[in-house]
Design a protein around this ligand. Structure first.
Ligand code: UD1
Length: 342
């Protein structure tokens, strides 16, 4: 089996993807600088799969170190590139840090690919590339609207750069996966999301409020043009999302020499409001969330959910878990993590 290089493989989506790759028999090498993750993640992966993946602590913005990683004699069948900064608000405050980190790392990887070190790339993209789409559900052919943050722009620019490089180098292939809102944790409860400091995202904020780490969840706006007034997103289980990466790797390995980068939406195809999320969490986990309504969060879009028919058809993938199971897994992980990190 071809070895898969996973940048950012100790992160939230990366670690779940490493589990799925190992379970499908792929040898994995993780490259991560641990800037937003912990080596203990490797223990969780090993407990789940029985295999401890190879790990290289490097910052892939360092071109010299990245070149040495490729020169260790391993054949890299494909690269899955997760390593990037992802906090929307922080990117507004520190745009240069975001542009440098997210763009330099990608260009370093593309240079190595161009030099023949690997022919295949799976890129971690986001529905943020669409902005607020004109029609819902959004399909892959929807135009990129102006991104609301430097973070969003790095995803748009990354896709454009990859597409240009693939076009200019016909032996290289790439798939961009546009995630909607990944939530939850591995059903074992042994790996999951660990936000650094105050969480930006809804579900970690819900679980941290439930466990008593935060006093109150603030719902950002109930005056949107949606049935209950709160924003609508397409929340999918991170373990389902991880499986799509294996499907994308197989597609690249099986059919080399594509001419253009492909992009796929990954979501459930169903929109759920913030208030519905809170109610469902309370119901399945039998716990009350202390919350109040506050003003809109700048940069939030009103509603978005995915048309996933292309991924269903071409990758043979769909999100299988119910919202209930997903929110149960998020709570299981929060309890496990707090119990083991007191
Ligand atoms: C956004 C991007 C996503 C990106 C992610 C990274 C869009 C559509 N999505 O996700 O691509 O990867 O940021 O962080 O641009 N909410 C509250 N209270 C909270 C937190 C969130 O009410 O304390 C609400 C938000 O207003 C939003 C929903 O919950 O309506 C989801 O928010 P969040 O989890 O932060 O994800 P997005 O902003 O959708």
């Amino acid at each position: 089996m071809d070895t898969i290089l996973v940048t950012g493989g100790t992160g939230y989506i990366g670690s779940h993807t490493v589990v799925e790759l190992i379970e499908e028999g792929f040898p994995v090498v993780i490259a991560d600088n641990l800037s937003n993750s912990d080596l203990a993640v490797l223990d969780g992966i090993e407990k789940i799969t029985g295999v401890r993946p190879a790990f290289e602590e490097i910052d892939i913005c360092d071109a010299g170190k990245l070149a040495r990683l490729f020169d260790t004699g391993r054949e890299i069948g494909a690269i899955i590139h997760f390593a990037a900064f992802k906090a929307v608000g922080e990117s507004v405050e520190k745009p240069l840090m975001y542009y440098r980190n997210n763009m330099v790392s990608l260009m370093n990887l593309l240079e190595e690919m161009k030099a023949g070190k690997s022919a295949n790339l799976v890129f971690s993209s986001s529905c943020t590339v669409y902005g607020q789409p004109d029609t819902l559900p959004v399909t892959e052919s929807a135009p990129f609207k102006k991104a609301a943050s430097p973070y969003g722009k790095t995803k748009q620019m990354s896709e454009e750069i990859i597409a240009d490089v693939i076009f200019a180098n016909p032996s290289l292939n790439a798939i961009s996966l546009r995630y909607f809102n990944p939530i939850g944790a591995h059903p074992s409860g042994l790996i999951g999301e660990v936000p650094a400091g105050m969480p930006d995202n809804l579900v970690p904020f819900i679980t941290q409020t439930a466990i008593g780490l935060r006093g109150e969840l603030k719902v950002f706006g109930d005056d949107y043009n949606t049935p209950d007034g709160s924003c609508i997103r397409d929340y999918l289980h991170v373990a389902d999302l991880a499986k799509a990466h294996v499907a994308a790797v197989r597609r690249l390995l099986d059919r080399q020499n594509r001419e253009a980068m492909e992009a796929f939406n990954l979501g459930t195809g169903k929109g759920v409001s913030v208030l519905e999320m809170i109610k469902t969490f309370e119901k399945v986990n039998k716990i009350k969330i202390n919350y109040s309504i506050t003003g809109r969060r700048p940069g939030d879009i009103e509603q978005v959910w995915a048309d996933t028919s292309l991924a269903n058809r071409e990758l043979g993938w769909s999100a299988r878990s119910s919202l209930e199971e997903t929110l149960e897994s998020a709570w299981k992980w929060e309890k496990y993590y707090r119990n083991h990190n007191k």
